[in-house]
Design a protein around this ligand. Sequence first.
Ligand code: CMP
Length: 146
Amino acid sequence: MDEVTVGRSALERTPLFAGLDREHLEDVVAVGQRVSYDPGQAIVERGDQGDAMYIVVDGVAEVDIGGRYHRLERGDFFGEMAVLAGKPREATVKAVEPMVVLRIPAEEFQAFLAGNPRIAVGMLKSLVERLREVQDRLDTWIGGVW
Ligand code: CMP
């Protein structure tokens, strides 16, 4: 299988991209650069500038959210927050297994979302889930303090 086919089949099996036709999936793979990481390597670091977002093609990564860890697997995405907000990275994301990611540069990502509203809405849903997770953590923390 060539690289485009491998990338496309990884995306096809994920809720966010399922339902996109072959041509659109290949567009996503075409704007992305495949990058590999070793276990323990940081892919993005808290405080860095957000120059790209990432889709997991293979392997597992973890987001360090204040001492708790959120697992990211094939088809999950990360690094979108800093790109969308134009603010520094919220958290460090590290590979826990050998990883392959699709790196989508910030400029291509914005244009891609504009052309694929269904994906933009899917990403909004994931963002809301992430926000709720942060809110739950805060509630637990405040509950503990009081
Ligand atoms: P960004 O801030 O660009 O870089 C770190 C990334 O970690 C962030 O984008 C999100 O993609 C991801 N992230 C941050 N907080 C959470 C969370 N609570 N749950 C899952 N992923 C998160």
